[in-house]
Design a protein around this ligand. Sequence first.
Ligand SMILES: NC(=O)c1ccc[n+]([C@@H]2O[C@H](COP(=O)([O-])OP(=O)(O)OC[C@H]3O[C@@H](n4cnc5c(N)ncnc54)[C@H](O)[C@@H]3O)[C@@H](O)[C@H]2O)c1
Length: 271
Amino acid sequence: MGKGRLQDQVVWISGGASGMGQASAELFASEGASVAIADIQDDRAQDVVSSIEEAGGNAKFHKCDVSCEEDVKKSILATAKDFGGLQILVNCAGIVHVGPLHEYEEQDWDLLMGVNLKSIYFSLKHGIRYLRKHDRSYIVNIGSVGSFIGQAQTPAYTTSKHAVLGLSRSIALDYAKDGLRCNCICPGITDTPMLRYHLSQSGDADTALSDRLRRVPTGAALLPEDIARSVLYLCCEDSAGITGTSLVVDGGYTTAAEWETIGNTRFMEDK
Ligand SMILES: NC(=O)c1ccc[n+]([C@@H]2O[C@H](COP(=O)([O-])OP(=O)(O)OC[C@H]3O[C@@H](n4cnc5c(N)ncnc54)[C@H](O)[C@@H]3O)[C@@H](O)[C@H]2O)c1
């Protein structure tokens, strides 16, 4: 593998076994980074590691429940030990819970907040001592269009994603003096297993997708690779000077006052 923009960099990616995290892991490895994938899905993560290695890259999988501090701590320590340091944290792991708030069990709420939000605190808490060893380091947290607007039937998710944006700003302020830049990417409708699960909760997934895409000016779902390119941008000096901000990657979803776009219902493999 030739020299890339992330040569000699080490990145820890939560949720790297699937969707945007997987696409980010593969893109970062192709740019020369050593990649640690922290996820709960063994088989998928091992496949991602194998595909990166077959392409000549460097990757390791750590089984890690990001809502558990001890798991995150172990995974980050192992990353720094295996690869000789750590410069980049990408917090991509996430879950969604669909339903009205009065039907939530307390553990549904706590699990979602643990995976989507508290995990970012754990990764910074245990990663900061490695990030501080470098003149430049980067954190990207994955928010959502739900960081700005409400989404039906997902109160805990929407709350968590608003908080991810707030936490990203707070981290950016407090660690700027250490050369750390922290930003939040806010994706719109992106074709991943999570999206498919979410859509399937409302019956017919194709109809649900078509309905949603009516209000997306580009009329198409984003691909995980679209988000990965934005993550890369915020984890290198192409984005020098940008910190504490949100990068909305949503095909115009949150820009539109009207929504009569003819939906493009195609999923990724049909294109
Ligand atoms: N797909 C969309 O339309 C969309 C839109 C906006 C934001 N997002 C956000 O993007 C991020 C990535 O989601 P995706 O769409 O790629 O979904 P995905 O389901 O493909 O990937 C999520 C990954 O997180 C992992 N994960 C879940 N719980 C975990 C835990 N406890 N510990 C470790 N890993 C865990 C999963 O195993 C999976 O590999 C999430 O934060 C999600 O909220 C997705």
